[in-house]
Design a protein around this ligand. Structure first.
Ligand SMILES: Cc1cc2nc3c(=O)[nH]c(=O)nc-3n(C[C@H](O)[C@H](O)[C@H](O)COP(=O)(O)O)c2cc1C
Length: 146
């Protein structure tokens, strides 16, 4: 069975909600999912999974939160097959800084798929975007591994 890791950081719950929707969608498509909240307990090894989906909120003028930087450093290498999602708020600097952490993580991991950017909570109209993005990730992964 194909097995994906979701690793996410969330301060006030928005990115957690996105992670939960992604998990539901992956499971609906028969993908095994391990979800890890960054900063809690033992860090999983992305090499044990077929892909890693990493999610973060954005802080301090487009910055990546320290706990996410620590996670990236603790993993210690750049896994292949990384997909990135994030939440942010355009009120903190408009498009230039919106979901800056997701943009930076996607660049760092050389993700071959565009990062998902969600404004605050995904509940409501943005739910469809999360599902569509997740299904795109599955198609992308399958295409690479057929
Ligand atoms: C002090 C502060 C700074 C922020 N800076 C940014 C930013 O530069 N860019 C952005 O897109 N969102 C920014 N945000 C918005 C958060 O990233 C957004 O609310 C996010 O959904 C929080 O995720 P969480 O609920 O998973 O913690 C900022 C929020 C706070 C409180």
């Amino acid at each position: 069975m194909v097995s994906f890791l979701i690793a996410y950081a969330s301060w006030s719950g928005n990115t957690q909600e996105v992670a939960e929707l992604i998990e539901e969608t992956l499971k609906y498509h028969q993908i095994e999912v391990t979800t890890y909240r960054i900063g809690m307990g033992i860090i999983p090894n992305p090499a044990d999974f077929d892909a890693m989906l990493i999610g973060s909120f954005t802080w301090d003028q487009g910055s990546t939160p320290d706990e996410v930087k620590d996670f990236v450093a603790d993993v210690g290498y750049k896994p292949e097959n990384v997909y990135v999602f994030g939440t942010g708020d355009t009120q903190f600097g408009g498009d230039a800084l919106f979901c800056g952490a997701a943009v930076k993580l996607a660049r760092f991991y050389e993700s071959a798929y565009p990062p998902l950017k969600i404004e605050q909570s995904p509940r409501g109209t943005q739910e469809a975007s999360v599902k569509e993005w997740t299904e795109g990730v599955i198609q992308h992964w399958l295409h690479l591994h057929e």
